[in-house]
Each structure stands twice: as C-alpha cells, then as structure tokens.
Design a protein around this ligand. Sequence first.
Ligand SMILES: *Cc1c(COP(=O)(O)O)cnc(C)c1O
Length: 372
Amino acid sequence: MANEVLEAMCEAARFSVDMAELQSAAGRRVAELMGAEAALVTSGASAAMTLACAACLAGWEAAAMAQLPQAEGMPNHMLMARTHRNTYDHAVRLAGAKIVDIGHNDYGTGAGVRSLESWEIESHINGQVVGMVFTATAKTLSDLPQVIETLHRHGRFVIVDAAAQLPPRSNLQSLIATGADLVIFSGGKAIGGPQSTGILAGRSALIGSALLQMLDMDVHPATWIPAGFINRKSLKGLPTHGIGRGFKVGKEEIAGLICALERYLNADEVIQHHEWRRRLDIIKEKLMVQPGLSVELLDCLPGAGVPCLAIKPSNTNVFRLSLALQELPVPLHLGESRIGEGLLLFIPTALRSDDDDYAVQCLLNALREFES
Ligand SMILES: *Cc1c(COP(=O)(O)O)cnc(C)c1O
C-alpha cells in the first residue's frame, strides 16, 4: 500500500468520529469522483453485493430490514444470466435473495455467438423479481445497456458487480453512466486501498437503505440524526441493527480508501503501464537464462491494459512449482487463473518493484531444485 494511504489511515486512527457522519462524507466524495448520486464505503465488494441486494429487497421498509435474510413474503428473486454465475453468488443469497438463473450458455462456453437477449429476460419477469445481478467483465460489458433498458422498462433494479473491472480507470465513471442502479468495485484490488474495503455506488435511495442496514442502529429515535442519503420521511419506523451490521468499516479503512481512490484517479495510466512493461521486460530477461522455461509477455486481463508474464515450465509439473513457491519462508504467489494450461502468471499490479529480484530468485531456485 502507498505511504500516503498508510498515513491517511494512521491519521484517522487518532480521532474519534461519528461513523454515520464519516460514512456520509466519504460517500459524497466517492459519489462525486464516480459521477454517482450517492455512494458508500463497504468492507469489500462481496459485502457490497449483499448490501446491494438487501437494499433492493427492503427499500425503506424497517420491517423488511428486520426480517432479512428471511425474505419470505416479499419479492426476493434476483435474475442472473447463467454465464454470469460465479463464486460470489453466495453474497447475493446471503441477503436472502433467491437467484433465478436464466438464459443459455452458448456465448459463455464459446459454442455460439449469442448472449442473453431482452425477450429471454422479459419472459422471466414476474411479481417475485426485484432485479438483476450483472457480472461485469470485458466480455459481458457490451450486453449491459440492453439489460438495463429491459429491467428499467419493467421497473426493476440492475446491480453491477464490477469488483475487478479496474483498470481501465474509465470504468469508475462509465458504469454509473450506463444508468445501472448500483455499481460495485473492490477497494483492495487495483484501487490499492485497504484490502477490507469496497465501493457501493448508485441511486441515493438504495444507498440510503444499504447504509441504514449497515450502520450501528443502537440509537434512540428521539435523538437519532440520520446520516446523509437516509431519508427519514420515507421510514415508517426506525430499524434496529440490519443485515450489514457485521460488515462494519473502520474509520481507518474509510480514510485509506478515499486516499487510495484519489491517488488512483490522479495517476497517469500510460506511465503506469510503461513502468509495468519495463519491470516485466527485465524479469523476463533474467528468467530466460533458465532452460526448460518459456516466458511470454501477455495482456493478463483482456481490455484492461495490464501486462503480465506467462511462465511455462516444460520439465516440471506446474502445480508442484506453484506449491513449492508458496511454501517458501517468504512465499511467492503467482497467478493461477491459467494453471490448467500449464501456465503461471507473473502479475505486477500487487507486487512492489523492490520485490522483483526476490521473485526471480525464488523461481530460478525452485526450478533448479526440481532439475537436480
Ligand atoms: C474480487 C471480486 C469480488 C470480491 O471482492 P472483495 O473486495 O474481495 O470482497 C466480488 N466479485 C468479483 C467478480 C470479484 O472479482
């Protein structure tokens, strides 16, 4: 983490603050940077998914908030395209929502050219449907405008999980600009904030509901001052602790995230890219001395402009190599998203340049050990 971010966290730790007030101020700043109506700092993108669903399910109904994750008696279905399902679905179900899996797998499996179409979504919209969860990737993004148009035509919400869709930095604003009701980013990935942070941004009423279901609500109705985005007039009663009470975000994390987000938006993406390339070129050259190893420079996330090295050992079992690197006293974790193809990915984003030489030495030592 950058020194500036650490300093912001240390400074925040020295003060006692009203958390509702800090969350409102931080939310206003994040919203301003993203061009959103409102925003909230969460304890990660996964927590933001749960809060987003809880906000769509409960709205301003205190009784519904009190009931979640039991969602009987209220509309609780969230549509998801079959190809968008992933292991973060649990965060949707955690709110009490029931995922309704729709569409077909042609495009996702590479077996065809078609992806989800309006008529398929519409055929599943009924009184139980609250909205749709859309998993943003470089491949799915072009489907988003049509999904939003269809859901909004039927008065339903669209939640976009864009946790890892940075870079490109433009996604921070462009996803909100599509008209999606709620957009989610992870604070601990490319933004470089504290690991336990995330962003939930979008419609003011939904953010207000999410905030209400997260903040400490051990308050007296006579003395309670609602945080920003919370519209007291919309509330019939004052809810108690909500489903997000366990997703507390500390003042240090909030300060760290705001600092990291501002740094991220001010950084020069072209210079950053050149710097990654320069480091990877050096690493590649050092690794190439080792026989039985192929090293190739790739784009590690399509469309995101993050270069990485694909490392392919020809004489060594790639799983054994990855395990050996992780078992070192100072472990080295290489990307395993393509390990099934025999490749390990050297991704520079989360590695300090000071550690590059150590990483190279670890790899060369491990390979030599396997050879002997
Ligand atoms: C990483 C990721 C998350 C979770 O992010 P956290 O901030 O770690 O909670 C959710 N959804 C997707 C698609 C992700 O890639």
